[in-house]
Design a protein around this ligand. Structure first.
Ligand SMILES: [Zn+2]
Length: 71
């Protein structure tokens, strides 16, 4: 991710000292992942979206356990 936490909002051009984080779903056809969006606190425009690394890790572990036939 090349976006810096102390950049300017590209929409309202205010300097950002923090961003709001919202939980969202990322979907690709039938598959979906937990994801987070980073929003400007001034104008609420979405600055960036990322797959939630913790949720992704949990999902990966579940897939591995399923593959081992333990669930
Ligand atoms: Zn903004």
């Amino acid at each position: 991710m090349g976006w810096t936490m102390h950049g300017k909002c590209p929409k309202c051009e205010k300097t950002l000292s923090y961003v709001n984080v919202d939980a969202i779903d990322a979907k690709d056809g039938p598959r979906s992942w937990k994801a987070v969006s980073y929003n400007c606190p001034y104008c609420s425009s979405v600055l960036s979206v990322a797959i939630d690394p913790l949720a992704l890790k949990a999902d990966t572990v579940n897939e591995i356990l399923k593959g081992l036939g333990r669930r």
